[in-house]
Design a protein around this ligand. Structure first.
Ligand SMILES: [Zn+2]
Ligand SMILES: [Zn+2]
Length: 358
């Protein structure tokens, strides 16, 4: 015990330290948990004042409250039960900490960053009634002591749903502004997007308003041409809402937006990874110039297992017709062609002139 005592005396004689750094650096030597209390006690014992500038942390602990009030203000209107904290600290702080540790051969104690972090965590938890977790917290707080700033971001919310499109002429995706190509200019009101309405716009606006997020990214399960309708059960999609403030809001199962309706809406924990295979029933009605005979239709059997190419946009996209293809004569000049197709989310329905039921 004597040698430990001598060591503590040497440390405190050579360096001015605050209560926190004292408590932490000598914790192992006195066989106690690192705490401000231990620091206060030993500073007093060795006749040192705690009002001097700390050699290691430059009294950083005294400034935590102003940093914290900044964080509380920023997060006051955010729903969260869990958070995590990241600290950026000048290297010189850690270097001075390491210097004392190596000089006095102090091992197995928490470092300065850890100590600041646990002090802040204690206060944030108490004030916001939340818990710090490492994995996937609802709020992430980044504190930068280099420029005394803090930033916060929240965990995204994922939503699954389906949409039906009841009127033609609404495009699925937003279109980049032709004048500035995404950058933002006077023509597009600095949005970087064309001012034409799209399904993406309608869904995004609904979700941004609901969860007070700042951006929505949609993963479409297939797509349809601007002039096609989406009937039946609707086309599935996954939406990711970035930086939502209100994650506890209730999302109604269905929603009617102008020209489109949403159904099966629900929050999901994670978005499925990779491409999502799904089946699609496609029905094409073909109007012929000359009258058609059943023998003509028979010849079309060759279409089985052939690739159908997208002629409307991207010619590289194609899909395979399935064995369940059926051809049916409707009238003298009209026949229908139905098939089930297995789609992946990058595929498109490419018969703009015909309504398709995904
Ligand atoms: Zn200190
Ligand atoms: Zn523009």
């Amino acid at each position: 015990m004597k040698s430990e005592y001598v060591k503590i005396s040497k440390i405190l004689k050579n360096y001015d330290l605050c209560e926190y750094c004292t408590g932490r650096l000598i914790s192992k030597l006195v066989g106690k948990q690192s705490s401000k209390l231990v620091g206060t006690k030993y500073l007093k014992k060795f006749g040192k004042s705690s009002n001097t500038k700390c050699y290691v942390c430059k009294n950083i602990f005294e400034n935590l409250d102003s940093m914290l009030s900044n964080i509380f203000e920023k997060s006051s209107n955010i729903d969260f039960k869990t958070f995590n904290l990241g600290l950026i600290l000048k290297n010189s702080f850690l270097e001075r900490d390491d210097l004392i540790k190596s000089k006095f051969k102090i091992k197995g104690i928490e470092n300065l960053k850890f100590s600041i972090s646990s002090e802040m965590t204690k206060k944030i938890s108490r004030k916001t009634k939340s818990k710090r977790i490492m994995n996937d917290p609802e709020l992430f707080i980044q504190v930068n002591f280099k420029d005394e700033s803090s930033t916060i971001r929240t965990k995204p919310i994922f939503v699954y749903g389906r949409y039906n499109k009841k009127i033609r002429k609404i495009r699925q995706k937003r279109m980049s502004c032709k004048s500035c190509n995404d950058i933002g200019c006077h023509n597009c009101n600095f949005r970087g997007l064309e001012n034409t309405e799209s399904i993406e716009d309608k869904i995004s606006n609904l979700l941004i308003k609901k969860f007070e997020g700042n951006q929505v990214k949609i993963n479409w399960i297939g797509g349809e041409d601007q002039s096609s309708l989406v009937l039946g059960n609707g086309r599935p999609f996954f939406a990711k809402i970035l930086n939502p403030k209100k994650r506890n809001r209730i999302l109604r199962k269905s929603s009617n937006l102008e020209g489109i309706s949403l159904s099966e809406l629900r929050k999901i924990l994670v978005q499925p990874k990779g491409s999502i295979p799904f089946k699609s029933k496609v029905s094409i009605i073909i109007d012929t110039e000359k009258p058609i005979l059943l023998t003509h239709l028979k010849k079309l059997d060759v279409l089985e297992n052939t690739k159908i190419h997208d002629l409307s946009k991207d010619k590289k996209k194609s899909y395979q017709t399935n064995l369940s293809d059926t051809l049916q004569k409707i009238s003298k000049n009209l026949f229908s062609f139905r098939f089930i197709s297995r789609w992946w989310n990058s595929y498109q329905i490419f018969y703009p002139k015909f309504g398709c039921n995904p």
